[in-house]
Design a protein around this ligand. Structure first.
Ligand SMILES: Cc1cc2nc3c(=O)[nH]c(=O)nc-3n(C[C@H](O)[C@H](O)[C@H](O)COP(=O)(O)O)c2cc1C
Length: 280
């Protein structure tokens, strides 16, 4: 009997070792390996995030610059990007190819444009081999697009090991109430802990019908986003009472679809409700 128990204990121990081993193999070498933060930014928002990431990870900072930058107005950039996307003809960069051999981890950053990453990133992906690298996408956006853009990045760089992505709205990057240093530190801790996308919202409970208070939190968070025509249906809340995940219908850009709208509202009565992201 004693022998059986000893074997069982050894098997348990071996399984535990294997599990730890696998977990260790999955962990990015963010603390030991060399990293680069490679980014494109049209109007400087993504650059602010890139600099903070590089500071915290001691990474080399590489800015992708277009040979002919996009025009300075929103509408003319929309037209230029539309033509690029229709023709799948990606913009030339001042420098497109890099010696990435010394880097283990690449933080790749961009503004979300038309729901995915900005076109200069296609040029970068077409020109470089990312095989075997840990890839950490990060982005800034008007309302959202982190998930869809990082999914596309992972599928185009399928030989890289894509990890969790970071996203933040331009409004929040520029707000004096946002502690970007802390948000990036928290994000890096999630990456280092090997947290997966689906575990990220684990602190939210089951979805419920909206109370009057939930509706007013929602209305306050989306007041600057009337163009998205968001209709809240149900809400899940986190255990801290500050996180709200609204399931919504969105009627915008010629389509009607289901989206989630993540909102933060501090516990203080006069704290503003902030829209974190609209995601499909
Ligand atoms: C042509 C164009 C298209 C955009 N498309 C989206 C979009 O689909 N979703 C979104 O949330 N924001 C969109 N934005 C907003 C940008 O992602 C946002 O302003 C970003 O923070 C700009 O980053 P940058 O200052 O680093 O260039 C778009 C901006 C432009 C100019």
């Amino acid at each position: 009997m004693k022998k059986v128990l000893t074997i069982a204990a050894a098997v348990t121990f071996l399984f535990a070792c294997n599990e730890n081993q696998e977990k260790t193999n999955e962990q990015p070498s963010l603390t030991t390996g060399k990293s680069a933060v490679i980014f494109y930014s049209q109007t400087g928002t993504t650059a602010l995030v890139a600099r903070e990431l590089a500071k915290q990870t001691h990474a080399e900072l590489v800015e992708l610059q277009m040979t002919t930058p996009y025009p300075s107005t929103y509408d003319s950039t929309v037209s230029a990007v539309r033509i690029e996307r229709e023709n799948k003809s990606w913009p030339a960069l001042q420098k497109a190819r890099f010696d990435l051999s010394k880097f283990d981890t690449l933080y790749v950053g961009y503004p979300v444009i038309f729901g995915t990453f900005a076109p200069p990133l296609y040029t970068f992906l077409d020109s470089n081999e990312l095989s075997g690298k840990y890839l950490v996408p990060f982005c800034t956006y008007g309302s959202g697009g982190r998930k869809s853009s990082s999914r596309e990045l992972a599928s185009l760089a399928s030989n890289a090991r894509s990890l969790l992505s970071f996203g933040i709205s331009k409004r929040r990057v520029l707000s004096p109430n946002t502690d970007l240093t802390k948000e990036i530190r928290n994000f890096l801790n999630l990456v280092r802990a090997g947290i997966q996308e689906e575990e990220r919202l684990a602190s939210f409970g089951d979805s419920q019908e909206l109370s009057g208070k939930d509706s007013s939190v929602f209305a306050s968070a989306v007041k600057e986003y009337a163009y998205l025509n968001l209709q809240p249906i149900r809400v899940a809340k986190d255990s801290a009472g500050t996180g709200f995940l609204f399931s919504c219908r969105m009627r915008a850009f010629g389509a009607e679809e289901n989206v989630t709208v993540q909102v933060f509202k501090s516990l203080s009565e006069n704290g503003e409700a902030e829209l974190i992201a609209v995601e499909k």
